[in-house]
Design a protein around this ligand. Structure first.
Ligand code: CA
Ligand code: CA
Length: 183
C-alpha cells in the first residue's frame, strides 16, 4: 500500500497542470492560459459604465487590452444592486504559496474592487479588496483558505467616478496558485 500511495503521488505530480506556465504583463501564471476565466456568469454594471466597455466577455481569457479595446467596465457602486462581474474558471482557485488571484485592471492604478470566491456561484466568501498598485489577493488568512473554488465575484467599492471609466475596468483575471489536484 505504501508503494501504491507513492506511485499515485508521482503520477499526480507528473500529471499536474502547472508544468507549462506563461508570463503575462510580467506576472507568472503556473497554469498558463488555463489560469484565466472562461465563463461570464453574471454582469450587472453600475452607474457610469460605458456601453463601449459593456461586453463582459472581454474579461475572459488572457489579458489583451490594446488600443482602447478588451476590457469591461463595472461602473460605480450602488447600494441596492451592487455593480458586479461574476466569472467562472475551468480550474480550481486554491490557496498556494503567496498570492492566488491576479486582476488585470486597465489604468495605472486599480480602482477599489472587492473580491469573493464561490464553489457554486451562489454562496460567497469574501477574500479582500484590490486597490492602487495591488492587483493580487492571497487567500491565506481569509475564510477561503484551504478551500477549492470555481467562481470569482468582482464588485465596485467606490460610488464616485465618471463614464467612460467609472469603477473598475477588467481586462482579465488569472489564478496564480497551482491547483494540481482535481482540476
Ligand atoms: Ca496563497
Ligand atoms: Ca481582455
Amino acid at each position: 500500500m505504501v508503494w501504491f500511495a507513492i506511485l499515485m503521488g508521482l503520477s499526480v505530480a507528473h500529471g499536474g497542470r502547472c508544468g507549462d506556465g506563461l508570463e503575462f504583463g510580467g506576472q507568472y501564471f503556473p497554469s498558463g492560459e488555463r489560469a484565466f476565466a472562461t465563463k461570464v456568469v453574471a454582469y450587472r454594471p453600475g452607474p457610469g459604465a460605458s456601453e463601449d466597455y459593456g461586453d463582459a466577455s472581454t474579461a475572459l481569457g488572457v489579458p489583451d487590452w490594446a488600443e482602447g479595446k478588451g476590457a469591461v467596465s463595472l461602473g460605480t457602486r450602488q447600494k441596492k444592486t451592487p455593480a458586479e462581474l461574476v466569472l467562472g474558471f475551468d480550474i480550481d482557485i486554491v490557496d498556494g504559496k503567496g498570492a492566488d488571484l491576479f486582476v488585470f485592471e486597465v489604468g495605472p492604478l486599480v480602482e477599489r474592487t472587492r473580491l469573493a470566491v464561490s464553489v457554486d456561484g451562489h454562496d460567497w466568501v469574501k477574500v479582500g479588496i484590490i486597490k492602487g498598485s495591488t492587483r493580487a489577493v492571497d487567500l491565506a488568512g481569509t475564510p477561503a483558505e484551504g478551500g477549492r473554488w470555481r467562481y470569482l465575484r468582482l464588485r465596485s467599492v467606490d460610488s464616485h467616478g465618471k463614464a467612460p471609466w467609472a469603477g473598475p475596468d477588467i481586462d482579465a483575471v488569472g489564478i496564480l496558485s497551482c491547483p494540481l489536484l482535481n482540476s
